[in-house]
Design a protein around this ligand. Structure first.
Ligand code: F0G
Length: 452
């Protein structure tokens, strides 16, 4: 059979409230042309993020009921610890309320003024937390990542030559660790190969620098490795994921992605001393080490989610559904970041809105147009998210259509494809924006715009 079906049945449904174009016109205007400020009831298909928006399984909900809510030593924590030790091989497992809490603790311990943190491509909160500590966050993507049409199988790879030169230039004393984000969210949801991770490990060993993964989407990355990397097709996603973790000294994880939960994060490491210091900070602001700001039921749902996510049927369906949307859009003449990513399709907003200069935020303008036209909520990944005071504009102006896990069906996606195709026909009508209000960091969450 060629058709890949959603490998689940639906037991609980949520109605979607339909809106008219006139209603949406008023809603987006009131939201300052920023989709983060729209009430979710006013959204038809919500592709703002794949973070915390997935549907939990029957077994996860069963876990919610059996969870142990003890303050210290919760049985649910020990179940989670066992699952993660087996999955990742990391000895020390700290739960946090979400990925950025892990990042804040890590960078408070190892960051600071004068420090330089290399990554294939920092995502927004990782960059913001590194910079908040005073450090400089440096992106080292391979050059293929900068060309949306380039179909290189591992466009998430970190440029090893540039990493070596950076370490040589600034000196190891100033580089507290090297990070690599799997899959690379800032450059199209593109995977990183095992070969590249081994290369990073080798350089880190040679220079004596620790290596951490930002492993939010580790299972999707493992699936891409299985599909695309020579010699990997016979291995299970679990084996491949384990090798990815074995190559690193630690990881920050937002469990809201491949943990298949609505809230939760992890900070994982081998180093005993770092673990002790991280535990102290965790207790200071998040909670005791066996719950880290979560309820026991969240830990239980995570323990189950991290196992389900490596199911081959699930991963095949997951990656295929994004690919399906990507292929249809390309057929309709819409340029996306090729090849399609794991958790999202990224529209090349620069190409879509060729009539708009970067100062008029073509990505944000496209996000606004998509909402107006079809009630679809997407997210700008371009000058709004990564630009700003004292920052160079990012290489690309993109709009991300992030797919919540196990939430939407193929007909929802057909609607999305049709809407974007129609909008593409009328793209010359899309109006540019000007920024009227924004904070210095993470400005995309709260910026307000006016339409030109
Ligand atoms: N790292 C990456 C690569 C991410 O994509 C995110 C979150 C985080 C870290 C932070 O995790 O949200 O749990 O604090 N990305 C979400 C997104 C918000 O929409 O891509 P968090």
């Amino acid at each position: 059979m060629k058709t890949i079906i959603e490998p689940f049945r639906i037991k609980v449904v949520e109605p979607i409230r339909l809106t008219t174009r006139e209603e949406r016109e008023e809603i987006i205007r009131r939201a300052g042309f920023n989709p983060f400020k729209i009430h979710s009831d006013d959204v038809l298909i919500d592709l703002l993020t794949d973070s915390g928006t997935g549907a939990m399984s029957a077994l996860q909900w069963a876990g919610v009921m059996r969870a142990d809510e003890s303050y210290a030593g919760s049985a649910s924590f020990y179940r989670l610890q066992e699952v993660l030790r087996e999955l990742t091989g990391f000895e020390h497992i700290l739960p946090t309320h979400q990925g950025r809490a892990s990042e804040r603790i890590l960078f408070e311990l190892i960051g600071g003024p004068d420090k330089v943190v290399p990554n294939n491509a920092h995502f927004d909160t990782t960059r913001a937390n590194a910079e908040h500590s005073g450090a400089r966050a440096v992106d080292l993507p391979v050059s293929e990542a900068l060309d949306p049409r380039n179909r290189h199988p591992f466009k998430g790879n970190l440029d090893l030559k540039r990493l070596e030169s950076l370490l040589g230039e600034v000196g190891v004393a100033r580089v507290p660790l090297v990070m690599c984000t799997v899959t690379s969210n800032a450059s199209g949801g593109q995977p990183v190969s095992l070969e590249n991770l081994r290369g990073i490990r080798e350089i880190c060993d040679r220079f004596g620098v620790p290596f951490f993964l930002d492993a939010c989407r580790f299972a999707e990355n493992a699936w891409f490795i299985k599909q695309r990397e020579p010699g990997q097709s016979d291995r299970s996603p679990r084996e491949i994921a384990r090798e990815m973790f074995d190559l690193a000294d630690g990881a920050t994880i937002s469990a809201k992605k491949d943990g298949l939960v609505n809230i939760g994060g992890l900070l994982l490491m081998r180093d005993e001393d770092l673990f002790r210091r991280a535990s102290d900070l965790l207790i200071l602001t998040e909670g005791y080490v066996t719950y880290g700001g979560l309820a026991g039921r969240d830990l239980e749902a995570m323990a189950q989610g991290f196992q389900e996510v490596l199911d081959e049927q699930y991963l095949r369906y997951r990656v295929r559904s994004a690919e399906y949307v990507g292929e249809k859009l390309l057929q309709a003449g819409v340029q996306i970041v090729e090849p399609p990513g794991g958790h999202a399709i990224y529209l090349d907003a620069g190409a879509f809105c060729q009539h708009l200069p970067r100062e008029e935020f073509p990505g944000q303008a496209l996000v606004v147009a998509l909402y107006r036209h079809a009630g679809i909520r997407a997210c700008e990944i371009g000058s709004v998210m990564f630009g700003g005071k004292d920052r160079p504009p990012p290489a690309l102006e993109l709009v991300r259509l992030a797919m919540p896990r196990r939430v939407y069906t193929q007909s929802h996606m057909d609607y999305v494809v049709e809407a974007i195709g129609e909008l593409h026909q009328r793209r010359a009508e899309i109006r540019g924006l000007r920024l009227v209000e924004a904070p210095d960091t993470l400005r995309h969450f709260s910026a307000r715009f006016e339409e030109n």
